[in-house]
Write a protein that binds this ligand. Structure first.
Ligand code: PEP
Ligand code: MN
Length: 336
């Protein structure tokens, strides 16, 4: 951290800053210039707060040198892989997660599971606990939905990813799933992040629809700081002034996040656009941009999908898309 004092700052103000740094057991290195004094701090500055320092008399500017997210940053590690059994996310293989928005009934989820498995997906998605904007909308089958997902896993060998909404359900959902999904609305639900961090489950952390990269990385840090390092980030679009699409899918998030973190990054083109006609193009763009995987909503009867029908592609379209994606993966030296 570097603290720049105001022009002509009084000795007492400089002394005050220095004494506070020493109190935190860090080493202050003051550089007395002709006009201003600059104080560099040696040691792990993360224990000091920029805002507190900014509030000291005659402090003009505080510049952080270290990233506020230590475990998620690239400082110690270039890239990391998250293993879900024999499925590796963040390696050469692009991992596709696919399935309906919500688990609706046994026939639906088993049908879709078989179909996406045949097309080459490795992980089955499906919400059992649904975060719905209205309280009277279908909220998911809850534990019954989890049981159906587990049945689909048994029948197909696919791994499961499903959302957990409430810290009190982390244990329950962990008993059934292979990956805990934390959705956009909960990206800053700190008790939920901490609870997921206390498990050994891989966590798929979706970007808040209002969140910038730093906030997403700090949310990942919450999970990691509890001991769980198995975090996969997911770009799923953010809210902008555009209303043709449900969200604006930020493809640049993929390379931008990869510049800042070692964690794998996947993309959700379904929630990212809200339109089935855009899912294929955005899936291709995501892989071309360096995504480690995709999470796609697909249904055997999309018109009848109980949740998110507008953005859900048919299992036939999904199968065609997988073939097209394989060519894109090859072009960027990945495999699908
Ligand atoms: C989902 O993937 O089921 C979901 C609700 O996504 P998001 O949290 O990104 O809206
Ligand atoms: Mn959905």
């Amino acid at each position: 951290m570097i603290i720049v004092m105001k022009k002509g700052a009084k000795k007492s103000s400089i002394k005050h800053v220095i004494s506070q740094i020493e109190k935190a057991k860090l080493k202050p290195v003051p550089l007395y210039g002709t006009e201003r004094t600059v104080i560099a701090i040696i040691g792990d500055e993360r224990i000091l707060h920029k805002d507190t320092l900014m509030a000291f008399p005659e402090v003009e500017k505080v510049m952080e040198v270290l990233k506020p997210y230590k475990l998620a940053s690239k400082e110690g590690k270039k890239s990391s892989k998250v293993r879900v059994g024999d499925v590796v996310i963040g390696g050469k293989d692009i991992v596709i997660m696919a399935g309906p928005c919500a688990v609706e009934n046994e026939k639906q989820i088993l049908n879709i599971a078989k179909s996406v498995k045949k097309s080459g997906a490795k992980i089955l998605r499906g919400g059992a606990f649904k975060p719905r904007t209205g309280p009277y909308n279908f909220q998911g089958l809850r534990e019954k939905g989890l049981k159906l997902l587990a049945k689909a896993r048994k029948k197909t060998g696919l791994k499961i990813v499903t959302e957990v909404l409430d810290p009190r359900d982390v244990k329950l959902v962990s008993r059934y799933t292979d990956i805990l999904q934390i959705g956009t609305r909960n990206m800053q639900n700190y008790p939920l992040l901490r609870e997921a961090g206390k498990t050994k489950m891989p966590v798929l952390l979706k970007r808040g629809m209002w969140a910038n990269y730093k906030e997403l990385l700090l949310a990942a840090e919450y999970i990691m700081s509890q001991g769980n390092r198995e975090v996969i980030l997911c770009e799923r679009g953010v809210r902008t002034f555009e209303n043709y699409t449900r969200n604006t899918l930020d493809i640049s998030a993929v390379p931008a996040l990869k510049e800042q973190t070692h964690l794998p990054v996947i993309v959700d083109p379904s929630h990212g656009t809200g339109k089935k006609s855009l899912v294929a193009a955005m899936s291709k763009a995501s892989i071309a941009a360096g995504a480690d995987g995709l999470i796609i909503e697909t249904h055997n009867n999309p018109e009848k999908a109980v949740v998110d029908a507008d953005q859900t592609i048919s299992t036939e379209e999904f199968s065609r898309l997988m073939k097209e994606l394989s060519a894109i993966a090859k072009a960027v030296d990945r495999r699908l």
